[in-house]
Design a protein around this ligand. Structure first.
Ligand code: UD1
Length: 418
């Protein structure tokens, strides 16, 4: 199994380009199920989760013509003949559950394995299912699978209990081919969901209000093919900027609009960084140790839970003590014991972590537990004195395209050890 070897201490400097957003690309690829015409997607990141999505779509009968050396893929769902997401694929990638809505809407049936427990919390899909039931689907849970049927989905008024990102995607896609109008209330406003709505519109869907609490969708009998470029990855951008701040460096990330990362940028500024904002890039400049800042994770436009672990690694070397409150996932502090191995002073009470910033960390062997936790350990390793080995980096490969090459380009001493 691959490991990452880091010699810490270098300040990161330079320019790096982010890849396409994984969390936008996954539902966008799956949206191809809504039409029998080819869909061409550009700026698709070359990642394990994307390859898993290709496998999932191929399993159903989608023709996948991937040119991933150019980050482009053409998907044609004309020949879909299996309406199922099997356990082996859903287990490795929970986002597979968003096939439910498109399959039901276009074919009237879907069978999707329950995602089961996930390292960062229970993550049920009850909001997805309740919404589809409101649109007329009949749903059964049987032997670990969700089976849903609906001869024709009907538009409905659905108020989500919580602005779930995945449930908003599932219901938005289902509604594009439903009969009549669907009104989704308390929707997730995440930029990745806005990107999905734009793709659906490029496919001929009638959607209003993406990025706000209420999304209205007028169902159509059919959608058509499209060509679409996936947005840049705001979490990847935030990860490189965190590494720059933690190491007292100066980094420009390109391929991302500063607007989608605003809640994080203001915290970087409170921590002492200078930020240059642009629709095409973000630049962060810092000197010396960051200052301690408190954060609470919230649905967009609040501070993203997917940046919490990386921000904690920055706070581990900050001047002063900071409080990080995680409100989205109940078990998302698995990076804490690993950061402690580097000498970070962190105590946890429930969903609150208190971090006493240290002047330095010391390199150590570490174990990655999930995607964003892995990124936080890399940041820890980049500031720590001496050698850090991060084991189990297959988590990183699920979400960061060529991260060691990008960090090396910024001056980090980092290499993948096979
Ligand atoms: C997506 C992102 C993930 C991010 C998260 C929150 C993808 C592939 N993943 O995950 O990286 O951390 O948004 O920004 O885009 N919940 C329920 N019932 C449901 C659905 C969700 O109780 O039916 C709960 C979850 O357990 C969690 C919270 O709602 O506590 C947020 O989940 P949700 O917004 O759905 O996250 P995901 O779509 O799974």
């Amino acid at each position: 199994m691959d490991k990452m070897r880091i010699i810490g201490g270098n300040s990161l400097r330079g320019t790096v380009k982010v890849s396409g957003a994984k969390n936008a690309a996954l539902p966008i690829l799956i949206a191809s199920l809504l039409t029998d015409e080819p869909c061409i997607f550009e700026n698709v990141p070359n990642l394990q989760d994307i390859r898993t999505t290709f496998k999932l779509l191929q399993f159903m009968g989608v023709h996948v013509d991937s040119k991933m050396d150019h980050n482009e893929v053409t998907l044609n769902a004309k020949g879909v003949n299996r309406f199922e997401a099997p356990y082996d694929l859903v287990r490795t990638m929970r986002a597979s559950v968003v096939v439910l809505g498109p399959l039901l809407a276009r074919f009237g049936e879907a069978k999707v394995s329950l995602p089961g427990g996930c390292a960062i919390g229970a993550r049920p899909i009850n909001y997805h299912l309740a919404g589809l039931e409101k649109m007329g689907a009949r749903i059964n849970l049987d032997a670990g699978y969700v089976r849903a049927i609906a001869s024709k989905l009907k538009g409905a008024r659905i108020a989500l209990e919580f602005p779930s990102v995945g449930a908003t995607q599932n219901l938005m896609m289902a509604a594009t081919l439903a009969e009549g109008e669907t009104i989704l209330e308390n929707c997730a406003k995440e930029p990745e969901n806005v990107d999905l709505a734009r793709v659906l519109r490029a496919m001929g869907a009638e959607i209003y209000g993406e990025g706000t609490e209420v999304i209205r969708i007028q169902g159509k009998p059919k959608l058509h093919g499209c060509r679409y470029q996936v947005m840049g990855d705001r979490i990847e951008a935030g990860t490189y900027l965190s590494a720059a701040l933690a190491t007292g460096g100066q980094v420009r990330v390109e391929g991302i609009s500063s607007e989608v990362l605003e809640s994080v940028l203001v915290r970087f500024e409170e921590a002492g960084a200078k930020i240059q904002r642009d629709p095409q890039f973000i630049e962060l400049a810092s000197h010396g140790r960051p200052k301690a800042v408190n954060i609470t994770t919230l649905p967009y436009p609040g501070f993203p839970t997917d940046m919490q672990a990386q921000f904690m690694a920055v706070m581990a070397v900050a001047e002063g003590s900071s409080v990080i409150t995680e409100t989205i996932f109940e078990n998302r502090f698995m990076h804490v014991p690993e950061l402690q191995r580097l000498g970070a002073n962190i105590t946890i009470r429930g969903n609150i972590a208190v971090i006493q910033g240290q002047p330095t960390l010391k390199g150590a062997p570490l174990m990655a537990t999930d995607l964003r936790a892995s990124a936080s350990l890399l940041i820890g390793g980049l500031v720590a004195e001496g050698e850090t080995i991060v084991n189990r980096i297959y988590h990183l490969d699920r979400g960061y395209e060529g991260i060691e090459a990008k960090l090396s380009k910024l001056g980090a001493e980092i290499e993948r050890v096979k």
